[in-house]
Design a binder for this molecule. Structure first.
Ligand code: FAD
Length: 391
């Protein structure tokens, strides 16, 4: 996302941009839901990607109890999009010949005026600027700030997106149109509708984005990261390799705590997968002619649903300063001054919301926040709401 946004914005100010993507195949079908924010909508318009058929609007939020009864609700219209739709809109801004699949960045050299990026296939490219939009495990960041490492939050999520057509009538009626929440002790379950395969938004063809937050320490995570073949992974396991016994255990535990409509969603996810939650920020996001954008520069826990909006904002600010200043280095210094503290603020806000799960509470403020968020109505007022930094 950050790479595509950067390319779109830099092209608009007349730069020559190429995007190098590690994956050898098109990144489609990821199926993840993305909550939108006004900043994201504005950046999509300004980048030229536009917002056509961006997503599904939910009118309200609801919280369920163990039986599936609505115990609280809030009117809060919000547009829910998906990773696939955003990718498609942004790809439309870039000439096919400037988007290069199968080019994994491995290292760089710079001399103050130019940067050379080397790729795993032995090729290299030289430019005025190298923008690392390569995500939370950024190889670009590892080249310039090797000590910066994402920090495990002490919890992870099970997730997936069942097809609308597979869900029971009661599920379709009671939760499908809404941003639905359920808060068992030290857990969060949430869901919302997103487009179906191929961005299909027709009723009957959509999906329901389902997320279940659970606490698990580093040992537990290490054990979860042993795959079906007995191989240990560092951070997460590719969905097809997640151990069957782990999935069976998760399904059993869900039976014991979930309202029937949420259980229906989970049971209709053919291949649930887990994602450990990490965050971090770094004191600098500019290193000579190397710049970090999006999750590479700072990544927050997903409670605000703001990662793509922040990635878009980084790209927009970078191009804004490069367009404004004659001198590239002065523009980059300004980018660092403005966006580094911003990324850190967003990251800290995510930690605040994460206190709900009661992991690693240290300060009085942590405990105060934890207390506040034990009320499900407060959670509806804080989770993924627009303009949260202004509050
Ligand atoms: C559970 C969960 C829910 C979320 N929900 C939301 C939400 O509702 N709303 C929202 O806005 N955000 C959400 N986010 C956050 C959002 O997904 C990220 O913030 C966003 O994807 C960051 O974009 P990025 O481009 O910086 O990184 P990425 O999306 O990780 O993209 C990095 C790209 O770089 C490529 N790459 C990696 N290494 C290399 C290399 N060495 N060479 C070349 N290419 C490379 C990768 O293949 C990938 O295409 C969520 C995140 C999680 C985990």
């Amino acid at each position: 996302m950050s790479g595509l946004f950067t390319a779109a914005f830099l092209r608009k100010i007349g730069w020559d941009v190429d995007v190098f993507e590690r994956s050898p195949v098109e990144l489609v079908g990821r199926g993840a839901g993305i909550t939108t924010h006004p900043e994201l909508i504005e950046a999509l318009e300004a980048s030229g990607a536009g917002t056509q058929d961006l997503g599904i609007e939910v009118e309200r939020r609801i919280t369920l109890d163990r039986e599936g009864r609505v115990i609280a609700e809030r009117k809060l219209p919000q547009l829910m999009t998906s990773w696939d739709r955003l990718q498609r809109l942004l790809r439309g801004t870039i000439d096919e010949s400037r988007y290069h699949l199968g080019r994994a960045f491995v290292r760089l050299e710079q001399n103050g005026l130019e940067v050379r990026a080397y790729f795993r296939d032995g090729s290299f490219e030289t430019g005025d600027l190298l923008v690392g939009g390569d995500g939370i495990r950024s190889a670009v960041r590892a080249s310039v700030a090797p000590d910066v490492q994402p920090i495990y939050a002490g919890y992870y999520i099970w997730r997936g997106a069942p097809n609308e057509s597979d869900l029971e009538p009661a599920t379709l009626e009671s939760i499908f149109p809404y941003y639905a929440f359920y808060f068992p002790e030290r857990q969060q379950v949430l869901g919302y509708p997103i487009a179906g395969f191929n961005d299909d938004m027709r009723p009957g063809h959509r999906r329901y984005n389902f997320i279940w937050y659970r606490v698990g320490d580093a040992d537990r995570l290490r054990q979860m990261c042993v795959d079906e073949r007995g191989e240990q992974h560092d951070y997460s396991v590719p969905p097809p390799l997640i151990r069957k016994d782990l999935i069976a255990e998760m399904r059993r535990e869900a039976e014991a705590i979930m309202p029937p409509v949420l259980l229906d969603c989970l049971n209709k996810i053919e291949r649930p997968f887990f994602t450990p939650i990490y965050d971090f920020s770094t004191p600098n996001i500019v290193f000579g002619r190397v710049v970090l954008v999006g999750d590479a520069g700072a990544s927050s826990r997903p409670h605000m649903g703001f990662g793509v909006a922040k990635a878009a904002g980084d790209a927009q600010a970078l191009a804004g300063f490069l367009g404004e200043y004659e001198d590239i280095d002065a523009a980059l210094a300004r980018y660092n001054d403005v966006r580094q503290p911003y990324g850190e603020r967003v990251m800290l806000h995510g930690r605040k919301l994460g206190t709900h799960l009661g992991v690693n509470l240290k300060t009085e403020e942590d405990h105060r926040m934890w207390q506040l968020l034990q009320d499900h109505r407060a959670m509806m007022d804080w989770i993924a709401v627009p303009n949260f930094l202004a509050a």
